[in-house]
Design a protein. Sequence first.
Lengths: 515, 229
Amino acid sequence: MSPPRALVIWCPDWPVTAVGLDAATPGAVVSGARVEACSAAARAAGVRRGQRVRDAQRHCPELALRDRDPDAEGRLFESVAVAVSGVTPWVEVVRPGVCAIPVHGAARYHGGGACGTAADEEALRIHVQDTVVEHGFDCGAGIADGLFAAELAARAGEGGVVVPADGTPAFLAPYPVSVLDRPELAGLLTRLGIRTLGAFAALPVRDVTGRFGADEIRAHRLARGLYPRPPAPRAPLADLSVTTEFDPPAAAAEQVIFAAKTLAERLHEALAAEALTCVRLGVEVIGADGRTLARLWRHDGALSALAVAERVRWQLSSWETAPDQSGQEGGVALLRLLPDQLVADDGHQEALWGGATVSDQIARAAARVQAMLGHQAITRPHPAGGRGPGERVVRVPFGDLPPARAAEGPWPGRVPDPPPSAVHPEPLPVAVTDAAGAPVLINERMAVSAPPHQIEVAGRRLPVTAWTGPWPARERWWDPAGARRRARFQVIAGDGEAHLLVFEAGRWHVEAGYA
Amino acid sequence: MSTLSAQVTEGFPTLSRAALVPVLPVLRAVVPAGGLRPGTVTAVEGSPALALALTAGLGDRWCAVVGLPEVHVAAAAAMGGDDGGLDPARVLLVDDPGRRWADVVAALTDGCALVLTRPPDRPAPPVVRRLTALARRAGCALVVAGPWEAADLRLRVEESRWSGLGAGTGHLRGRRALVVSSGRGAAGPGRRVWLWLPGPDGSVALVKRTAEETAEETGAAATPLTVAG
């Protein structure tokens, strides 16, 4: 059985668009020291995904670099989803940058011809593409059997193609196995001499099932142009949707997001009891003024409670900025989660709170604090890399995943141990003067103008009894906007306390204290 | 009567003998019971490092830090030396509790063995009683960084000297600090101990002073050395 026809809208280089770089300027979004995505102009200059930033800059010296911002990607994509929802209300966001609508019905309506012909589908494809482009976003649109093939169709040709009905396996056959987005499997298949989806699809199902796990079987089904998972064998008996009503209506987004997390946990419990997992989730937000905002969210694995809360946050961001809005009062009256596509759970459920150290008791205490002060208010420290003491610990909101940044690696210019006991969240301004009363300055070559003699912090003047430095730190020198040049000093003041001072752009600050 | 009192305390196991919240072995010299009693308040004034040192012996228990955005967890993690100090994976931070300070601390006493905090202003006596009662029941010790009138134990650094730094040379290697305890829970007029706070590797250790150094510090009027258990 082949999956229903789907139309996929694909916005190229979405991470780049989301940070405000347009396709004509060479720009790239980096994570760690590697390129995650780049603009069309950068690609023309030889920049590629996965490249090291230094290599990318060698190809394209004027490359503008930005950090990846997944939150902005989700928020901005809401505008695309809103544009598409003008064509059909059944918009399904696969991930920021890609959304889908069912073809059946929409093609007939917008094509105006007889039942679902190829001409109707082409008319629908052009119509949707034009709608999104009119809203100011470049995109490709493609139609094929199932999401996987439709996304490839959206990327094919100039702005996408329509793959004729029953033509999907033939359309997929020439693609390399790497499009399955499973690098390990792709590597293995290539070594076995299976380089294209066609060759992979030609393997007998029995042999694939016998040799690989559940995930590879899904990949095989994709390659054959089938549903990645067989549809749930039976319709769910009970209504599994979960609802929270807000009385009085919730005015703060945080409150709704927090409720969404709890709601998602309840949904997971209900689904787990039925041994099901949900790959598409409907989120419905109803305002006190009767406005309804419904959106479908697609996810490869099971959506964790946290991922659900994140999607509700994105959805609410468009609610707050919706143009046809008559006054902010009202707020959100109801939030409903509808598990939309259910498949049998084959054991890929994610742990809710990541890491086994968090007991229920701690999770409960943290949830109570989050209910009082918001999701961001309670954090957990994670070790990170950096030269300054403040950079060596990042604070991640409780329940969020820690950043995947390497903690080790040489950090030239790092201040040696022992670490300070207090790092000021906002560095305190300090005046450092020499014996003659003139300000102490550091020049380009990190030479100190005169030994520091006295410091003045918050009106207190203290003599300097001992000092050392500088530890020079040149950070992000490749990025003109983010480049920083700093010099750190340790001083002992007359009251016996030790401080870590930092000199940057002609000014001194107290960065940390050792008291 | 004694049997009755035994029955009563058996009914409330937390009243009879609550498990102490452990501290680093080197701090036992100034923390008389060898640990912090749940529901009591320890006030540490003027030294964030000393307040952090109290969290470094928690082992696999959880710790919460409320209203102290400047606290550097990495310092506490290094304080245990080879035995491992505070485990950053078991720390909860609430930088800005605002006006909900008491509610936040109350929520966190349930689950955390130690809450390190600085109240935004002087809390009212009923609030204090509620917090200490909740903490006692949950087996949690409170450490206040700053003044606290009804503290059971007060710790402060009376004197300290850094080593390793010259005039433009070297780097901070360690600080010898004279830690003094006082208050109701201190058992006696106050104990004092010289500690490395922190030592060269960031750990807290007992200062083993050579005769030379003692002679050098004669200005400090020969403070008696307490032997730590």
